[in-house]
Design a binder for this molecule. Structure first.
Ligand SMILES: CCCCCCCC/C=C\CCCCCCCCC/C=C/C(=O)SCCNC(=O)CCNC(=O)[C@H](O)C(C)(C)COP(=O)(O)OP(=O)(O)OC[C@H]1O[C@@H](n2cnc3c(N)ncnc32)[C@H](O)[C@@H]1OP(=O)(O)O
Ligand SMILES: Cc1cc2nc3c(=O)[nH]c(=O)nc-3n(C[C@H](O)[C@H](O)[C@H](O)COP(=O)(O)OP(=O)(O)OC[C@H]3O[C@@H](n4cnc5c(N)ncnc54)[C@H](O)[C@@H]3O)c2cc1C
Length: 680
């Protein structure tokens, strides 16, 4: 089927020449208009074309090249990322990209962990969310114009998850109307904040507020760290880079200590809690409102899980189409490895998941903007749901995306292990998403706790109405219901798929609740009883989050159907949604079998249907990854190049290896020559 409009062919870093014939053939045989799916993913034709213009501008700009990144030292990588920051600013001015959205598009296209990420992603949002109108008026123009660069300094050497355990102190001095910031212990040292080490001039510091020996909890303070004239740290401030990490070399994650540093009273961000000149403290309207930036970032992280996984899958699917190993029978041509069922079983569920997460990203964005609208009107009622849902989805999506990138890497065989595949650095730079903005396990406890509370309420008060995604907690009769998908066809029914996920989630919540009661009946208090069910709480949070992801995917397809989306697109999305639903039942089959929700009567047709879905996706696999519309620059992979000239590109890129600069190895004269035969 032909596209409804021609794509702007991505700018390529690949070796030029005729494209790989298999990719060309597969692209020509897609069952749906690829371009239309791209428009659907990116929000329409106009928006897609705008993104393409920016992506192509970045991809063709030598400052943003990525191909040198593997050959640079840590310090050189940091310098290169600063060069990119400067150029990013120049492009904003040159192309008039002053809106926040344009700048976000540009950063996304640059596709690097720049040391202004925290400035844009957390420093500015914290001023916006936590600053008074006057504070915003003072700081935002400076921050938005990059006259100051800031970060978010919360985590310390001794504490990250347990925010109430932070040790940095801000003591109010009524006589001068200042706060005195101090790091009383080694473990009070701020540790990890991105761009803190070398880049930032300012930061929002989270410190325990003390007024006349009274502890008032952790609050945000605006602090200048470095001179704006020479970038030297200011008096009383010790700051630096925390040293080598798993990856993330472009980012100067830092440490920071305060030795009785004084800041004016109006440097406490006082939108919700205030300290008056005489030291009178006014409490915030919600005790966790100062944690709002983290909720914002968790929502953002959920949104990026789809695109990150989509990149890995694009690389692996294109490569698997080009790569051939073994004829089925002797004398026959070798098979594309994508024709092997095991390869499809590894990659296609991840392809389906990348699409599923796309719709989850849309869902959380909408939920977040509703929440912000409420907060502006002093309505914090949605905060618990927003916090719990985003905590759970952040965990599930980052765990699956991280594991998925590694699956993609492994499925590319030896070449997947080459950094030139793009997959090792994609993985290494992505996996901290499972830790930052809340360790995933700790985040799961938050969602599980919320679900257990609501379940308890629903049990205590039959007829209570719970919010949409958790309304299944009202229906304990669901626990008596069993799966009736006894044929392959029935497994394609979204209602049945959702029933299975809801049933599993409810079952796990109910079991957890029962175990909590049982632990308490054994004599434990509630705190210790919770400790005894913690690993089950992680399962509860994941089960609920799976349900939310599937529910969003099913709803999105329904909405697309209602709005007149073409049948071929609906068909392919439905196939992906089915595969997502069935694959993750298969992956956690024990959960569904354990309490008799499923039996072998249902599992046989389930497995058979999954095999069918893999077959159905196979002819469209290349088109489905093409629809993500990544430039070669964005993928940064010799295996994933759009034209499929994988071997030529690998060979050419390998020539850049510094070891290849000389024919004779460095060290040859000292270490090899002495023991080699002198002559043959
Ligand atoms: C929306 C999309 C927008 C798109 C725009 C994009 C723009 C982005 C631009 C650029 C992007 C740049 C890219 C940057 C790359 C990423 C870099 C990563 C940088 C990383 C930064 C960090 O890691 S910052 C540090 C993060 N730290 C944490 O996350 C710490 C985790 N810990 C906690 O959150 C809490 O301490 C914890 C939840 C664990 C418990 O808190 P505690 O005080 O102990 O409370 P507790 O007693 O357990 O609970 C009491 C009560 O409060 C509830 N609660 C807890 N937290 C919250 C909350 N945040 N909100 C609401 N309610 C909360 C809790 O559930 C309890 O409730 P009840 O049970 O009592 O009802
Ligand atoms: C790349 C990167 C960038 C970062 N950027 C920033 C930044 O810009 N600003 C900033 O302030 N911070 C930043 N951080 C810090 C990050 O937010 C924290 O590391 C994160 O919140 C996890 O906290 P932690 O390190 O204290 O882990 P810990 O809480 O020590 O976790 C260690 C283990 O203990 C378990 N655990 C912890 N508590 C419990 C519990 N109550 N019950 C059961 N198990 C538990 C966890 O599940 C985990 O397995 C960054 C971290 C990284 C890796």
């Amino acid at each position: 089927m032909s596209s409804s409009s021609k794509p702007n062919l991505p700018v390529t870093n690949a070796v030029n020449g005729p494209p790989n014939a298999d990719l060309v053939r597969e692209r020509g045989a897609a069952s749906f208009p690829v371009r239309d799916l791209t428009y659907l993913v990116y929000g329409g034709q106009e928006r897609t074309e705008h993104l393409e213009r920016i992506a192509n501008m970045v991809a063709s700009d030598p400052v943003f090249r990525k191909t040198d990144r593997f050959f640079l030292s840590r310090t050189e990588q940091y310098r290169r990322s600063l060069e990119k920051v400067r150029h990013y600013k120049e492009l904003i001015a040159k192309h008039n990209l002053h809106s926040e959205l344009d700048q976000q598009d540009l950063r996304q296209a640059i596709d690097e962990d720049l040391p202004i990420g925290l400035h844009v992603g957390m420093f500015i949002p914290t001023i916006v969310g936590q600053g008074t109108d006057e504070q915003q008026k003072k700081w935002l123009p400076l921050a938005r114009a990059y006259k100051i660069i800031g970060t978010y300094a919360q985590t310390e050497l001794g504490h990250g998850s347990f925010i109430r355990g932070l040790e940095t102190v801000a003591t109010y001095d009524k006589s001068t109307q200042e706060f005195v910031l101090n790091s009383p212990t080694l473990t009070a040292t701020k540790w990890w904040p991105g761009a803190l080490g070398k880049t930032s001039t300012h930061c929002v510091v989270f410190a325990r507020l003390v007024i006349s020996d009274r502890e008032c909890g952790v609050h945000p303070f605006m602090v200048q760290l470095r001179s704006l004239e020479n970038h030297e740290p200011l008096k009383g401030i010790t700051v630096g880079d925390i040293g080598p990490k798993f990856a993330y070399e472009t980012m100067d994650n830092g440490f920071l200590r305060f030795d009785h540093v004084r800041i004016p009273r109006d440097h406490m961000l006082m939108r919700f809690a205030q300290v008056a000149a005489d030291g009178t403290y006014s409490t915030p309207p919600h005790s966790k409102v100062s944690y709002a930036t983290m909720v914002f970032m968790r929502a953002y992280i959920i949104g990026t899980a789809s695109s990150t996984l989509a990149k890995a899958v694009t690389i692996a699917v294109r490569y698997s189409c080009v790569r051939k190993q073994f004829p089925l029978r002797s004398g026959e041509p070798e098979q594309q490895i994508l024709n092997y069922q095991n390869q499809q079983a590894a990659l296609f569920p991840l392809l389906a998941t990348a699409y599923a997460f796309h719709f989850t990203g849309n869902y959380i964005r909408q939920m977040y903007s509703d929440f912000v609208r409420g907060m502006r009107a002093q309505d914090f009622s949605v905060l618990p749901e927003m916090h719990a849902t985003s905590a759970g989805l952040k965990s599930l999506t980052t765990w699956i995306a991280s594991a998925g990138i590694e699956t993609c890497r492994a499925s590319c065989g030896g070449h997947g292990y080459s950094k030139l595949s793009g997959l090792p650095s994609l993985y290494a730079n992505y996996i901290p998403a499972c830790t930052y903005e809340g360790d995933n396990t700790v985040m799961c406890f938050q969602l599980a706790r919320y679900l257990l509370k609501l379940y308890g309420k629903a049990q205590a008060k039959p007829g209570l109405r719970l919010p949409g995604n958790v309304s299944y907690l009202e229906k304990s009769t669901l626990l008596d219901e069993r799966c009736d998908a006894s044929t392959e066809e029935l497994w394609l029914d979204p209602a049945r798929q959702l029933h299975a996920y809801r049933n599993r989630a409810l079952r796990l919540v109910a079991n957890c609740a029962n175990r909590l009661v049982a632990e308490m009946q054994k004599g434990k208090d509630e705190v210790l009883a919770v400790e005894a069910i913690k690993s089950d709480m992680v399962k509860v949070a994941k089960a609920h989050s799976y349900y939310v992801v599937l529910n969003n995917f099913v709803n999105a397809i329904e909405q697309l159907r209602a709005s007149g989306t073409s049948t071929p697109i609906l068909r392919v999305l439905k196939t992906l949604c089915d595969l997502f639903a069935l694959h993750f039942i298969q992956a956690d089959l024990g959960d569904f079998l354990e309490y008799g929700y499923l039996s072998s009567l249902h599992t046989e047709p389930l497995h058979a249907q999954i095999r069918r879905l893999l077959e159905a996706i196979r002819p469209d696999a290349v088109a489905l990854v093409d629809a993500f519309n990544f430039t070669d620059h964005a993928l940064g992979s010799a295996l994933g190049v759009h034209n499929g000239r994988v071997y030529e590109t690998l060979f050419e890129w390998a020539q850049q290896e510094p070891l290849n600069k000389t024919q004779v190895a460095p060290g040859y004269h000292e270490y090899i020559k002495p023991f080699l035969l002198a002559k043959m």
